[in-house]
Design a protein around this ligand. Structure first.
Ligand code: EPU
Length: 418
């Protein structure tokens, strides 16, 4: 079992390059199944979740080739099945995107119920509502979601809840559904827009992605091509938090600063300086920081995936800060790990109250999920002494070259085989 060993106390300094967006890549890769031709995807992060979804495509019969570390060629001309077995699908939540893609391609899909990080109940009712509106029959049989899309056609869907996954899944399924599909109360995250841009670049007709109403005019066929994935907003945010928490000075390159506005505005409120360039942000945290209150929200609100890094930062800021998680039911499992390091945090339902400014001390902690793992790294970088983080397989799911990137900023972080 691998671990990270971090010796904290060094302010991070230097430049870090951000990789392609995980949550865009793991939706765009399944969407290539709609294309009976060659797709070349650039800026694909070299992370575990991407490898899992590529394996799923290979099992369906797609020819998948890594041209280099961050470029993948996929040819899905000769698929031989529409069934995704449990051992693969249960490895990640995003396997549900194969439902939309296989319906568009085969008019049939069978995908075992998705796995993924445990944040409480993770229903798929909005996906089901969307497929039904597209005239599909959908049901759950022996642990698999089965869709009969033989009558797939356009529909009008008002999502009861803003869902990134349901918005993307139904957009993929509707790309080749005859007629005009309208999605209302759609998610507006940058990766929703990126999936729409990918599909449009292959010949789809999708308008309005990035707003809460998306219109998809179904086309008969998509063609191949080359597409570059956007930079990872959450990875960029993670390095912004690490810079602020260690009171460092870090330039985060290859980002879209607009995607980081929710973080930048909170940083400004706290007294962290953020200098925006065309495709970079520089984070300087030399002044004393002020406590704040934060609520996670769908985009353009403060992202839930940066809630653990935010809590880690707030443990270093004197005073009482309040964080409210409004997206997931249960995303504070990691707080007890921060407690082992001396953090003073109480959680009541969706609200965490952080009494910041007490010194963090190195400890043996566990990464309870991907973004919790990022929070533990940040806490470890701020703590005195050694922090040992286990279960780093979660961190490897979503962060490319994490110890190399932090190491280049002056962090003392080592991967060891325990
Ligand atoms: N929800 C429903 N019904 C549904 C779908 C979702 O009630 O049918 C609820 C969820 O339970 C949750 C909320 O709606 O309370 C938002 O869920 P959403 O569908 O937006 O989440 P997701 O698509 O499953 C993606 C990211 C998550 C990120 C969320 C929110 C991927 C693969 N995952 O999940 O990212 O937290 O959006 O932004 O894109 C991560 O990267 O670490 C991660 C967990």
């Amino acid at each position: 079992m691998e671990k990270f060993v971090i010796t904290g106390g060094t302010p991070l300094k230097g430049v870090v390059n951000i990789s392609g967006a995980k949550n865009a890549a793991i939706a765009i890769i399944p969407a290539t199944l709609l294309v009976e031709d060659e797709c070349i995807l650039e800026n694909i992060p070299d992370i575990k979740d991407v490898n899992i979804i590529l394996d799923m495509l290979s099992c369906l019969g797609a020819v998948v080739e890594r041209i280099d570390k961050n470029t993948v060629k996929i040819n899905a001309t000769n698929l031989h099945t529409y069934i995704v077995e449990k051992d693969l699908a249960s490895k990640m939540r995003a396997s549900y995107y194969l439902l939309g893609a296989l319906c568009g391609r085969f008019k049939k899909a069978s995908v075992a119920l998705p796995g993924g990080c445990n944040f409480g109940i993770r229903p798929i009712d909005q996906h089901i509502k969307g497929f039904e509106a597209l005239n599909c029959k959908i049901g759950i049989k022996s642990g698999s979601v089965e869709v009969d899309a033989s009558l797939l056609s356009a529909g009008h869907i008002y999502f009861d809840k803003v869902s990134v996954g349901a918005t993307i899944n139904i957009m993929i399924a509707a790309a080749k559904a005859p007629g005009v599909t309208v999605l209302e109360n759609a998610a507006r995250e940058p990766h929703v827009v990126d999936v729409a841009n990918f599909l449009n670049s292959m010949g789809a007709n999708i308008k309005g992605a990035g707003t809460d109403t998306i219109k998809i005019t179904g086309v008969e066929k998509l063609h191949g091509g080359t597409y570059g994935v956007i930079p990872d907003q959450i990875e960029a945010g993670t390095y912004m938090f690490a810079a602020a928490a260690t009171r460092g000075d870090v330039t985060i390159k290859n980002v879209i600063p607009k995607h980081l506005d929710a973080i930048t505005s909170k940083f400004v409120e706290m007294g962290v300086e953020v200098i925006e360039g065309d495709d970079e942000v520089r984070v300087i945290a030399t002044k004393e920081l002020k406590k704040i209150n934060v609520k996670t929200l769908p985009y353009p609100g403060f992202p839930t995936d940066l809630q653990p890094p935010m809590v880690a930062l707030l443990t270093t800021v004197s005073g009482t800060s309040i964080v409210t998680e409004s997206v997931w039911d249960s995303r504070y499992q990691y707080v007890s790990e921060l407690g082992k390091m001396g953090a003073q945090i109480t959680v009541d339902g969706r609200v965490a109250v952080i009494e910041g400014g007490t010194p963090l001390l190195g400890a043996e902690v566990v990464a309870t999920d991907l973004r919790a793992g990022a929070g533990m790294i940040i806490a470890g970088l701020c703590a005195s002494g050694e922090t040992h983080i286990s279960e780093i397989k979660y961190i490897d799911r979503g962060y490319e070259d994490v110890e190399e990137k932090f190491g280049a900023l002056g962090a003392d972080i080592k991967r060891i085989d325990d």
